[in-house]
Design a protein. Structure first.
Length: 311
């Protein structure tokens, strides 16, 4: 699938480029700027960069003030702390008042692998997806990251942008047309649909290749927007393939799988299987954690076969 680029690096560059084009953009950071790569923005625009220290609650609260004065604040910290320690003002200020704040949850999923369960973000989508007025975006590669940053800046309203730490294969090129609320079919197939979000998308594509060797044609859909989700694409895929597997680096409760199940249960009940995390995960090598907790290509392929058997 080509070269690999760390999502955090792609995000840092995108934020820097955005700062050069839009002087209304301000960036807030909770003492992890070197990790989130928002420091790139800070070095060039120190007057628009605010490191509040390890105080996620205060950082998000400050962003509400900036948004109220017409700025476009990007707030940055690890996803697990953004949606727990920063959860109160995200709920009571940002979402409730529909403020134009862009919430960047970095090191999502298991990507902060060696720091273990305390730093893994496996329930962040479930939290932000449940909030009224909140848009939720989860990017899969460096190209999609850059395009998503541009798109959410143009969008007037609160957005949660889910970002991985780890390097990910570059899947898209510069012609890729990212749109909030739209999914993309990356591979056609008639036997089963695999819907994936985030950097785990490349494992879904590899799973489709494994299935192809067994004579199974899997359709692969990239779903970068979890909310609002692309209902039309989900229903169409379910009708045409008759089985669906969701793949996410998140708990199977409340994330992409739950969102897809909600759509299908109301519109076109379809056999489903869910690939995701079912409990807390330990520390260790990132790729090994993905395999251990059932997020590898072979495990995804097996789930697809189970979904087909339910037809």
């Amino acid at each position: 699938m080509g070269i690999e680029i760390a999502i955090r690096d792609a995000y840092g560059e995108a934020l820097l480029n955005l700062g050069r084009k839009n002087d209304k953009v301000v960036v807030l950071e909770s003492d992890v700027g070197n990790s989130s790569k928002s420091i790139l923005f800070g070095r060039e625009f120190p007057n628009r960069y605010f490191n509040v220290g390890i105080s996620e609650f205060n950082m998000v609260t400050m962003s509400a003030g900036f948004a109220s004065e017409g700025f476009i604040p990007f707030v940055n910290t690890f996803a697990v702390f953004m949606t727990t320690r920063g959860g109160d003002p995200i709920h009571s200020l940002i979402a409730y008042d529909r403020l134009n704040v862009k919430i960047a949850g970095t090191y999502a999923g298991l990507s902060d692998s060696y720091d273990g369960a305390s730093h893994h973000a496996i329930s962040d989508i479930a939290f932000v997806r449940s909030l009224p007025n909140m848009t939720v975006v989860s990017v899969s590669d460096a190209v999609e990251t850059a395009k998503a940053v541009e798109a959410i800046t143009e969008y007037d309203g609160p957005v949660y942008l889910r970002l991985s730490r780890a390097p990910a294969p570059v899947i898209f090129d510069d012609e890729y047309d990212f749109k909030i609320g739209k999914g993309v079919v990356l591979k056609e197939g008639r036997d089963v649909t695999i819907i994936a979000t985030g950097t785990i998308l490349h494992n879904a594509l590899e799973a489709a290749e494994i299935l192809q060797k067994d004579g199974i044609e899997a359709r692969v859909v990239n779903m970068p927007t979890i909310k609002p989700i692309d209902k039309e694409l989900i229903i169409k895929a379910a009708r045409e393939t008759g089985a669906v597997v969701t793949v996410e680096e998140h708990s199977i409760y409340g994330g992409l799988g739950s969102a897809v199940a909600e759509v299908l249960s109301e519109n076109h009940p379809t056999p489903m299987e869910f690939v995701g995390v079912k409990g807390f995960a330990e520390s260790g090598d990132y790729s090994q954690l993905l395999e251990k907790y059932g997020l590898g290509p072979k495990a995804i392929a097996e789930k697809a076969k189970l979904a087909i058997m339910k037809k």
